[in-house]
Design a protein around this ligand. Structure first.
Ligand code: PMP
Length: 288
């Protein structure tokens, strides 16, 4: 049985309950993080906790724990649960207020803090060998996509629409620009140069995205932040999607048309190797 963390306690999953007046339940009023652990070591923890802190401050939820507090709780959670590699999900909501009212000002806020961890299986090797299909869809989300809000209804519907179309992910288009996936960041490769859209309110600042840029720079691979108009996406040599649990995914068909020669490209293969080496260094305690 999985042990989860809820408001200061570790307890079995089926004993963890929250009140129905929790604003996470009523309004989707909360933020979250997903943090992998490799060899039971939390991956890029500082970066994830910094993003959490930024999300909390943007939505005006008081920080329930400081970085040392979080690190202690999450490491204990990983130590108690199964699997050398795990995926930690944590969520902070604005908690319970006595009356269902959109506004929350002037009231005592006691955030609800929940975290759970599940075994993290390595991505199916067939994905790196063959790639996946993606479709472009209109970005129907709000204007604050940099906040990692639990309010994910547009993302949920977009991902399902992609699956229904026989694809693995939706690449979102806003005013002619490709921003990111429904639950991933976007990269293209053109003439050997790796490109990803610059950070801003229209996309989530992905931790994997930043690591890919960091690894590219460290290895002297040309990489830059640049807007990706949809035409540039369509004639890219390579398209990749990144996220903490799926890592780097090559897109080999876009809206039914092959990307490049329809196979994962050479720059992807290089970056995939670098990423795997980095995870191994984390497992050995030589990186984080
Ligand atoms: N964009 C969106 C909308 C996401 O949901 C995610 C994954 N949660 C990402 C990007 C990738 O972020 P990360 O690399 O931090 O997992």
């Amino acid at each position: 049985m999985t042990d989860v963390y809820l408001n200061g306690q570790f307890l079995p999953l089926d004993e963890a309950c929250i009140p129905v007046l929790d604003r996470g339940f009523l309004f989707g009023d909360g933020v979250y993080e997903v943090i992998p652990a490799y060899g039971r070591r939390l991956f890029r923890l500082h970066e994830h906790l910094q993003r959490l802190q930024r999300s909390l401050s943007e939505v005006r939820i008081p920080e329930p724990l400081d970085e040392t507090g979080w690190a202690g709780v999450l490491q204990r959670l990983v130590d108690r649960n199964e699997g050398e590699d795990q995926s930690v999900y944590l969520q902070v909501t604005r908690g319970v207020l006595p009356k269902r009212d959109h506004a929350f000002g002037g009231q005592d806020i006691h955030p609800t803090v929940f975290a759970m961890s599940t075994p993290l299986n390595p991505p199916d090797p067939a994905i790196a060998e063959q790639g996946v299909a993606a479709v472009t869809l209109d970005d129907i989300r709000w204007q604050s996509c940099h906040i990692k809000a639990i309010t994910l209804l547009p993302n949920v519907l977009l991902r399902q629409q992609a699956i229904d179309a026989g694809a693995a992910e939706a690449i979102l288009i806003r005013q002619g620009q490709a921003t990111e996936g429904a639950a991933s960041n976007l990269f293209v490769v053109r003439d050997g140069v790796i490109e990803t859209p610059p950070k801003g309110p229209l996309l989530l600042p992905g931790i994997t995205r930043d690591l890919v840029l960091e690894l590219a720079t460290a290895q002297g691979l040309p990489a830059r932040e640049a807007d990706i108009p949809v035409e540039r996406l369509r004639d890219a040599d390579e398209v990749w999607l990144t996220s903490s649990t799926r890592e780097i995914v090559p897109v080999t068909r876009l809206d039914g048309v092959p990307v490049g020669d329809g196979q994962p490209g050479p720059v992807f293969r290089r970056m995939h190797r670098l990423y795997q080496d980095y995870k191994d260094a984390v497992r050995r305690g030589e990186a984080d």
